[in-house]
Structure formats: structure tokens, C-alpha cells
Design a binder for this molecule. Structure first.
Ligand code: FHN
Length: 432
């Protein structure tokens, strides 16, 4: 009996919490724009880049938390050129960039008055790279999304989680009130000093998984964001179903519904716009020995598959400590840009099509136009279980050659001019 009433109370609490968040008209508009944008670039860049061993190097190698701070004295990314980055992203067809303003190591890649452990006050570089990036994004019409870590391996007031156990940080000086005040101070700076921000993208909720009673007080953070910039979306990479106050649901290293990487076990897909974020090689931050880059074809097919699953796709780059993008990343950006330049119409502004994803590929849809993306088919005939709508006409996207369509009770069969080859063969259907 006690169990049932606790469950009921919990359900009521959840319902009340979700009922409390009414997305504003600005947010609804921003969510639609976000879904239309479809493709973004992720940037993991910070002090850790200097060690060339990924963004978790401090925790993985148990580097003392005080010793680590000295990296800042030598951080001088002399070749950083925000415009060069943004032009490369734009040419690749990306519509937004998500930048790590502060990762788990606690170092701020922007000017903050909350402490000196930031790129302007704490390094000989003295330049606010976030400001330069924000200006370049404005100039070239790219939306700026900001990654913000909930975890902090540098501050004793951050309550110890399961990461950063061996870095020597005192575990008894935690004070979440103080840490939350610090985060709110920084969020206010981020949302005041850098123009319009597309989204704040939190990460690290999972760090307190051994402390189930821990309350991050997300509502205070989310309402602050929505108050400061009413059109700024809130994302949280907690690997769970969306919580009240969030505006999009993000998936790590997998398309929604998959769990090959182990982050999305049992994750319920909610009603919010969806996003998949993925590394271009193995890890997120620069790793000097990690040459396991995904091929351009693989990335392009993932952009298409994400769109067919009604999700955005964000591919990560870990810039070098000198501020340059790795050569391998630049090559892939160019190839993606060539494809998006020719076929972007079948991706941007679309939603997952009425024919659900299959082994052969996916469909994307804009109004009455259904784009059939064939990525894996060995035959000249392709069956689509399409019964809800009639096909008025069908043609190859490339060259506009007519495609014969035959119908039966279960759907339609497309008779293609040749066996599909290459990254993606697109058939354009007009539906009635
Ligand atoms: O720990 C981070 C990791 O370094 C990276 O930032 C990714 C990006 O999704 N998120 C965390 C792991 O879930």
C-alpha cells in the first residue's frame, strides 16, 4: 500500500513538473528552426588539447588538480582563426556549431569574472576565443550553441561524482549552493556577452549516478536561461528521457533508438526535437594518436540516416592545441560540403518521412515531397510499405529520369533505372 501511494505521489510530482513548463512562442519557433537546420559541428577544445590525449586526460591519468592548472600558463593557440573555422563549417553545410565553453576540467574558454581560470585572464593568449567565434558565427549566419559542463574537476565546491576520483581534489569541501551560484554567474555571462545563443547544452548529470538523491536544481538553471534569452533552447546530455524545461533530446554516439555505444540503454524517445552527436574519430578532444577517423561516406550516410530518423546530426572535431582543425577533419568537411551542396534540399527543412527507416535506407519528407534515400540495396526494384498516401509521380533526384511505380495492397514498388550504387541514391516522390 505504502509503495503504491509513493508511486502515485511520484507520478503526480512528475506530471506537475512537466505541466509547469510551457514552452514560449519564441522557444516553439526556435525548436522548429533547430529541426530545419539538421546539421551541426561540435567542437571540443580546451587545455586538455595540449596533452593530445582526449578531453578526459585529467581524470584518466589521475593528473593532480592543482598541477593541471599550470597548463594554462602555456596555452597559446597562435594559429586560431575563428573566421577560418566558421567558413569551413559553413562550406560543409553546417547550420550550427556547439562549442565547449567549459568542459569537465573546469577551465573556461571565455572571459569570466567568476575566476581567473579562463582563456583571457589565465593564459598568455589573453583572447576571448568565444567572442571571436560568436562574431564569426554572426557574420556567416551560423547559430552558436554552447556546451556547458555540470561536472568540474577543478573546484572543491563541486560535489565529488564518479569521475575525477584520483586527481587529489578534496572531497569534503563540497558546497552545491556555492557551485550553483558560480554556474549561474557564468550562464548569465554566456547569455549576456555573446549575442543570441541557439542552445545551452549541459553535460555531466550522469556524474552523480551513485548519489540518486542529488538535486542539480535544473529548474533554476533552465528558467534562468529562458529568462535571459527567451529563444535559447535547453539541452541536457543526461542520456534519459527529456525533463521539464528542456527543449531538445540529444543522443550520444548513436541515432535515436540505437544503443551501440551504451549511452542510450532504455532511453525513451520523447516528443522534443532530436539530435545525435558523434565523434569524427574515437574521442572528442584532440588526441594525437587517434587516427581512427570515420570516412566521409560514413558521416554523410549518418547525416541522411539521422534526418530519416527525424533527428539532427552533429559531428565533432577536436582542434589541435595551436588552434588549427586537424587536416583529416578539414578533408571530411570538404567532402560533406560537396554532398550537402548538391543534395541539401533533401535534408534541410525535412522531417522523418512517412516510410520508416529500413535496412535499405530512410525517407525524408517536406510537404508532399518524399525523398527516398537508398543506401543499401542490391536490386533494381525497391518495395516501400506506403499505403496512407498515393504516389502522384516519381523520378530520380539526379537527372529527373522517371521511375515506374506499381502498387499493391501492401504498398508500392519502385522500378529503378539501375541498381543503386554509391553513398546515396535518391528518388523523389510526389504524394497525393
Ligand atoms: O564526458 C563527456 C565527453 O567528454 C563529451 O563531452 C561527450 C559529448 O557528448 N559527453 C560526455 C560523455 O557523455
Amino acid at each position: 500500500m505504502k509503495k503504491i501511494s509513493t508511486l502515485l505521489l511520484l507520478m503526480v510530482a512528475c506530471l506537475t513538473a512537466s505541466a509547469q513548463y510551457q514552452a514560449s512562442p519564441e522557444i516553439l519557433k526556435a525548436r522548429t528552426e533547430f529541426q530545419d537546420n539538421k546539421f551541426g559541428i561540435y567542437i571540443h577544445w580546451g587545455l586538455y588539447s595540449m596533452l593530445g590525449n582526449g578531453e578526459w586526460v585529467m581524470s584518466n591519468r589521475n593528473i593532480n588538480y592543482k598541477e593541471y592548472t599550470h597548463l594554462a600558463d602555456g596555452f597559446y593557440p597562435s594559429k586560431f582563426d575563428a573566421e577560418e573555422w566558421v567558413k569551413a563549417f559553413k562550406a560543409a553545410g553546417a547550420r550550427y556549431v556547439t562549442f565547449t565553453t567549459r568542459h569537465h576540467d573546469g577551465f573556461s574558454m571565455f572571459k569570466t569574472s567568476a575566476n581567473n581560470y579562463n582563456i583571457v585572464d589565465g593564459t598568455p593568449f589573453h583572447r576571448d576565443v568565444l567572442k571571436e567565434l560568436a562574431d564569426a558565427c554572426q557574420k556567416y549566419g551560423i547559430k552558436l550553441h554552447l556546451y556547458y559542463s555540470h561536472v568540474d574537476w577543478s573546484r572543491p565546491d563541486y560535489p565529488q561524482g564518479w569521475s575525477g576520483m584520483g586527481i587529489g581534489k578534496p572531497k569534503d569541501q563540497y558546497n552545491y549552493d556555492s557551485y550553483l551560484a558560480f554556474m549561474k554567474h557564468q550562464l548569465t555571462e554566456l547569455l549576456t556577452n555573446y549575442g543570441p545563443i541557439g542552445a545551452i547544452w549541459f553535460d555531466g548529470y550522469w556524474d552523480q549516478k551513485n548519489n540518486p538523491k542529488f538535486d542539480w536544481r535544473l529548474d533554476e538553471q533552465y528558467s534562468l536561461i529562458h529568462r535571459l534569452q527567451p529563444g535559447c533552447l535547453v539541452a541536457n546530455n543526461h542520456h534519459k528521457a527529456p525533463k521539464p524545461g528542456e527543449d531538445l533530446q540529444t543522443f550520444e554516439q548513436d541515432l535515436p533508438g540505437q544503443n551501440t555505444a551504451g549511452y542510450s540503454k532504455g532511453t525513451v524517445i520523447g516528443q522534443l526535437p532530436l539530435e545525435t552527436v558523434m565523434t569524427m574519430n574515437k574521442v572528442w578532444g584532440y588526441d594525437i594518436t587517434d587516427k581512427k577517423y570515420k570516412s566521409s561516406e560514413y558521416i554523410i550516410q549518418h547525416i541522411i540516416k539521422a534526418a530519416g530518423n527525424n533527428a539532427n546530426y552533429v559531428i565533432n572535431i577536436g582542434p589541435r592545441p595551436d588552434g588549427k582543425l586537424p587536416v583529416e577533419a578539414v578533408e571530411r568537411l570538404k567532402a560533406i560540403g560537396d554532398w550537402m551542396g548538391r543534395y541539401g534540399e533533401t535534408i534541410y527543412g525535412t522531417r522523418g518521412g512517412i516510410v520508416r527507416p529500413h535496412d535499405w535506407g530512410v525517407t525524408t519528407q517536406k510537404g508532399n515531397t518524399l525523398y527516398v534515400h537508398i543506401m543499401n540495396c542490391q536490386d533494381r526494384a525497391l518495395f516501400l510499405p506506403l499505403t496512407e498516401r498515393r504516389v502522384a509521380s516519381a523520378r530520380m533526384y539526379d537527372g529527373h529520369q522517371k521511375v515506374r511505380v506499381s502498387k499493391n495492397a501492401e504498398g508500392v514498388t519502385l522500378e529503378l533505372p539501375a541498381v543503386p550504387k554509391g553513398v546515396d541514391t535518391i528518388v523523389e516522390l510526389t504524394l497525393k
